[in-house]
Ligand binder design. Structure first.
Ligand SMILES: NC(=O)c1ccc[n+]([C@@H]2O[C@H](COP(=O)([O-])OP(=O)(O)OC[C@H]3O[C@@H](n4cnc5c(N)ncnc54)[C@H](O)[C@@H]3O)[C@@H](O)[C@H]2O)c1
Length: 318
């Protein structure tokens, strides 16, 4: 049985699938040639990340397809309900990348409180001629320890982020209408564990009480953070969005940055992805990454294994 991993798959996943007798094709087929390729090769499973689109017409015109797999979480690029209606298995790997995204959030936060996003832009240009002035510009950093992190959306990634925050010594508060109470357990290298019982607060309370805010909600029809929400936040807050472009109003963000309401933002996802607005890209107080939350070797290995296990269960054992 042939599997096309059109947006790539980790070696661990390929090995696990080949061990089960599947043939894994890792060519990158262009979107417009995908239908032909799948039909010519009688591909049974199409694996994608966020790049390849799997829409109704592809599903209708590729009768060999039995399974669509998304390495990662969000399935906005797949017509999931339609595929299931047509009898296809649709799978994803919801848990595999949570820790990687959580660590990226902290890369933005640690970078944010010490102005790394700006220092890294200016040191190559002026580090030799204006060292002392730059030292002064970036000389009023703060620590994360002891500050309050507000987490909006307390699912897998929200909770993984909370664990890092607790480990750093931050206070954690969260808002999640579907997760009233949660216990998060921190596991340490020597086997010790500490459990923290946390309770959801109102969104307003989280916006008002946080020194930093990070978003971990799924894609929504409306902004989760816009002009009104920025208005409720503390002066000089730092905000991170590694969830989905479109949950944070970028126009309102620029305005809040200009007014000093927000001191810095860390963005891994963008409203107009894959062509982020130039005002966002050029803003001196925004720390930028190109949607790489899940892009670590460890997460990709876990994604590969998780996909291989599910595919084997669904296509071989049934
Ligand atoms: N940056 C990246 O590369 C990357 C990688 C993986 C996932 N993600 C994104 O991260 C987000 C979270 O993923 P997850 O695995 O934690 O999902 P999850 O489903 O485990 O958790 C999402 C949580 O958000 C809550 N929620 C929904 N609407 C809300 C709202 N309006 N306000 C507050 N809470 C709300 C839900 O109750 C749920 O508990 C998704 O948008 C996903 O696409 C990004």
């Amino acid at each position: 049985m042939k599997i096309l991993a059109n947006d790539g798959i980790a070696r661990t996943g390929i090995d696990a699938l080949e061990k089960e007798g599947f043939e894994v094709l890792t060519v990158k087929v262009a979107q417009e040639q995908l239908q032909n390729y799948i039909n010519e090769n009688e591909v049974a499973a199409l694996l994608v990340r966020s790049a390849t689109e799997v829409r109704k017409n592809l599903i209708d015109n590729c009768p060999s397809l039995r399974l669509i797999g998304r390495g990662g979480v969000g399935m906005d690029n797949i017509d999931v309900a339609y595929a299931k209606e047509k009898g296809l298995h649709v799978i994803n790997t919801p848990a595999a990348s949570s820790e990687s995204v959580a660590e990226l959030v902290f890369a933005h936060l640690f970078g944010g409180v010490r102005y790394l996003y700006d220092a890294n832009r200016n040191m190559p240009l002026e580090g030799d001629s204006r060292f002392k002035q730059l030292k002064k510009s970036y000389g009023s950093g703060t620590e994360l320890r002891g500050k309050t992190l507000g987490i909006i959306g307390f699912g897998r990634i929200g909770q993984a982020t909370a664990k890092v925050a607790l480990g750093v010594g931050m206070k954690v508060i969260y808002f999640d209408p579907f997760m009233e109470k949660t216990s998060v357990t921190l596991s340490f290298f020597d086997g010790q564990q500490i459990a923290f019982d946390l309770e959801s607060r109102s969104k307003e309370q989280v916006l008002k009480d946080s020194d930093f805010i990070t978003l971990h909600v799924p894609a929504q029809k409306e902004y989760v953070i816009g002009k009104k929400e920025f208005g409720l936040m503390k002066e000089g807050i730092g905000i991170v969005n590694a969830a989905r472009g479109g949950v944070l109003d970028e126009v309102a963000l620029i305005d809040a940055l200009e007014k000093g309401k927000v001191s810095f933002a860390g963005l891994d996802v963008f409203e107009s992805e894959p062509n982020p607005e130039i005002r966002i890209l050029m803003h001196p107080n925004i720390s930028l990454t190109p949607h790489i939350g899940a892009a670590t070797g460890e997460a990709q290995d876990r994604i590969g294994i998780e996909l291989a296990t599910q595919i084997t269960d669904l296509l071989k054992k049934n």
